[in-house]
Design a binder for this molecule. Structure first.
Ligand code: 4AZ
Length: 250
């Protein structure tokens, strides 16, 4: 989660012999799973994190369908209560069932939601998630919180420690201007600054977008990361709330 390149470019232009310094995180900060106990790492069987997820019930985790492509119940694990990727703390659970939205084909077609049923309960407080009628949460300019262990710049390295940032919800018309027909209004919502600089990035997929502490989106896709004019795209969870509830109750 991410970076402003424009300021760095200006600094370099003013000082032509300077070499690029490591980019600072702009708008994002490190945080912990103690602060956000429902944020889960999704790892392979060796423990390498590749996506995020959100605990919505003791044995249910919401993530992105695109995170589950090619995965089986034996190829994935869910890790809760572990702030650092290199930690050994927290709780690791195997996965008993993977439900992928049957309509899912590709993130840019929408339907990017999956629910994992854990073999072991997580001893952490689940997050509430939106009801189908809470569409007003996505009003343009609303502050949303993003979380993850993803890369801290486009094509950069993952963050060892969980990070968070806030980004404003972008209007549907604004998102359509950025992404054209790839933006499926019924299934997606965009968030980010017009000037870029703060965003989710590779490895953050499947993780939460929270509005007022409620799970309202799932990190899904975008053109690069934190680029001006290209906000991050999130699954519009109100559309899939009933499907999630059916899985949570199953
Ligand atoms: C990814 O590859 C990814 N900037 C996640 C989020 C965004 C782009 C890519 C949005 O997981």
């Amino acid at each position: 989660m991410l970076v402003a390149t424009a300021a760095a470019a200006t600094a370099l232009a003013a000082s032509p012999t300077a070499t690029a310094a490591p980019q600072p995180i702009v708008g994002g900060t490190t945080t912990t799973t103690a602060a956000y106990p429902f944020v889960m790492q999704i790892t392979d069987a060796s423990g390498s994190q590749f996506c995020g997820g959100t605990l919505v019930a003791p044995r249910k985790v919401v993530t992105a369908a695109h995170c589950m492509v090619g995965e089986t119940t034996s190829s994935v694990r869910v890790v809760g209560g572990r702030t650092n990727l290199n930690g050994t703390d927290g709780t690791v659970s195997k996965v008993g069932k993977i439900w992928v939205n049957p309509a899912y084909h590709d993130a840019t077609d929408g339907d990017d939601v999956a629910v994992l049923t854990l073999a072991t309960s997580m001893p952490y407080k689940p997050a509430p998630y939106v009801t189908p009628s809470q569409t007003g949460l996505y009003a343009s300019g609303t502050t949303a919180r993003i979380l993850g262990w993803g890369t801290t710049s486009e094509n950069g390295s993952s963050s060892n420690q969980l990070r968070t940032a806030t980004v404003p919800i972008v209007s549907d018309s604004g998102c359509k201007s950025s992404y054209g027909s790839d933006f499926v209004q019924s299934d997606m919502v965009c968030a980010g600054y017009t000037s870029g600089g703060v965003d989710t990035c590779q490895g953050d997929s499947g993780g939460p977008l929270l509005i007022g502490g409620v799970l309202a989106g799932i990190t899904s896709w975008g053109e690069g990361c934190a680029e001006a004019g290209y906000p991050g795209v999130y699954t519009r969870l109100t559309t899939f709330s009933d499907l999630v509830t059916a899985q949570v109750g199953s």
